[in-house]
Design a protein around this ligand. Sequence first.
Ligand code: DLL
Length: 433
Amino acid sequence: MATMWQQEIEMMPRKSLEALQLERLKWSVQYSYQNVPFYRAKMDENGIKPTDIKNLSDLQYLPYTTKEDLRQCYPFGAFAQPCKNLVRLQGSSGTTGKPTLVGYTRNDLNNWSDLVARIAVAAGVTCEDIAQISFGYGLFTGALGLHQGLERVGAMVVPLSSGNTERQLLMMEDLQTSVLVATPSYGLYLSELIAERGLKDKLNLRIGLFGSESCSTEARRMIERNAGIFVTDNYGMSELIGPGVAGECQLRQGLHVAEDHFLPEIISIENQEILGEGKVGELVMTSLTKEAMPIIRYRTGDITCINYEPCACGRTHARIDKIKGRVDDMIIVKGVNVFPSQVENAIAGITALSPHYMLVVQRDGIMDSLEVKLELKQNPQFMGCEEKHRLETMLYTKLRSLLGLRVKVTLVAPKSLERFQGKAKHVIDLRNI
Ligand code: DLL
């Protein structure tokens, strides 16, 4: 059996877990109704009272909450407690407009640390580890969230923050960092430098706790190979608590949801109907224990599916698949829905290509066009014209059949696409709409 941070809870039989969820759901709905005018108004509007929640399935009668609803509550309107009872403020990682602010009571921080400790231990972290945090510190929940959780496990935390790549590599070598905490994009960039400079054997990297954006299997393989590291995928969002909502164990067969704190649902993107196990749709989450900012049926915008089979590691909580994309990541080109992750999947396993890509959408007159820029591993000068042409034709055909759309394929030189220290950007939309 795998080592766990809170074994009794992580391996709780499904029946007991559901009983705990129901008890907590009743509390959370009542608490939100009483303390957050926004939830009270929404429930009243929909003619539902907290006492109507008698079973877990009664959750379906509660209205959804959207990011826009939370924006309307800026800065403190979604909080259930006055600021004097809060001990921390964090926010969304968006860089434009007003951030979505989220608050924490001392109990919330305590739970959060345990949830992050769970995903760290699930990946194999112990108190012997030296953990370098290369997420940006600030309102973003990634850095402080991992920081507290790793401290709780007893690892030695090095709060380097993101950026200053030379210093990251220097510290990694001098301190013999064993755990790297980063976005996959930054992890990929660091791993490319490690390979280029032949640093792998001088480093002591063991585990990568990655998250905050998706990472293709191909990119993960490359990071692991270049840096000699084992990487887990970890999911969360500030509105829910931050990292620690779901994470992979060492078996990497889906991300275990902390179901004693969050109740997951999957709904159809088209008509918001609740979908069953294994069906792909939008993840909706309800908090069960949060005090500062409870959240009821929050539409995360993230696309995945859910699996209730217990994992071979012994954990019983439901697992979600790796996030397939975001509802709002979708671009519509000539009426066709395109997700950047489709391109990522199409190029996986093509040895001539690096995992870096960019989609550029343009409009000439009334016609939309999509260009897919793909980065070669090798300088195109060293490729025969014929070989390059063959690769372009193969990619064109593959993308056309996968996306159902004619695209322009542009192969670009190694290292010519932008590298990211936080979350990567994969779409440039030049249409003025
Ligand atoms: O990114 C929390 C986090 C930090 C999770 C560090 C894991 C590690 P936000 O800045 O609020 O919070 O962004 C939340 O990021 O709705 C997803 O779209 C995306 N996201 C987070 N984790 C993953 C992941 C943090 N593992 C938004 N795979 C979410 C894919 C992810 N997307």
